[in-house]
Design a protein around this ligand. Sequence first.
Ligand code: AQP
Length: 341
Amino acid sequence: MTRVFSGIQPTGHLTLGNYLGAMRRWAEVDQHRAESLFCVVDLHALTMDHDPARVRRLSRQTATLLLAAGLDPDVCTVFLQSHVDEHTRLSYLLECVATDGEMRRMIQYKEKAAKERGRGGSVRLSLLTYPVLMAADILAYGTDEVPVGEDQAQHVELTRDLAVRFNQRYGQAFVVPRATLPQVAARVMNLQDPTRKMGKSDDSGAGVVYLLDEPDVVRKKVLRAVTDSGRDVVHDRAERPGLANLLDILAACTGGNPESLADVYDSYGSLKKDTAEAVVEVLRPVQARHRELCADPSYVEGVLRDGAEKARALARPTVDTAYRAIGLLPPVAEPSLSAAR
Ligand code: AQP
């Protein structure tokens, strides 16, 4: 059976981009057709200046929202990355096959490091090496497919390169995974600056729809979306990015096609109004279920405990195989050390 793994960082409040680009597909499609693992990748939230209490709060909220979005612990595995040691165990081995040049080419590293330096801050080494930890997250589970938004495609490519290199040098240890992208909303853009991704660590939040935004807040943000001075409604990502973003969001929320939807509208106002209502309707059941789950935190804790146990059992043999393949002796000496040499 196909194995699917994907993760989400508790670096901020989850956004409509996270939902349309990743979570919804995990819940509606992936968990039912494949053996699936979904992980709150909390170690990744330590790569930038962070507040420990906020990371704890956001990790709980992110896990709760994954369940609210429809992940069903009876058919998939939901867990926290830091509860399964195999991720960091494997990450070090992969650092020994990755190169620093490869790491410095990662777009997210370049963007986030530039932002941090712009603020006068220093760049954590873990920001540079985080794609290797992400590769370990994926490879530890013998993953075939990684359903992600477009922004993560480069990291999955790196994961493939590392898996192939490791297998060629040290013997077959890893399945080589591939990224799968959604057909629409692979990259939901910021409503105030449609040349930037809608990201959860955005400084202002005015162009970001958060999954827990009240309906009136959602409406306000969508109605104030930056478009352009044209009048006709066309889907053209290069020339009319703001408009294309609204059409993409509407299409993703209603199951339509962005190009055909463009023909339906003759004003920006009515497109914005319908998009706002479509987003409110998509978020309504997620928010309702989130409220229910918040009333029962022990349920969420139980899901995470069971999930970590299942994940550990799945990851351990692959990571042990990689340890042996790269030249490390097993902790308990097999018949004799000299025989193992
Ligand atoms: N705008 C987006 N459009 C489509 N998909 C998106 N994803 C994220 N933003 C969009 C997808 O959501 C999954 C989880 O994302 P993540 O937690 O790994 O990363 P992030 O949301 O990009 O968060 P960061 O890096 O902490 O902060 P920001 O957002 O400010 O850069 C992934 O599958 C991702 O593709």
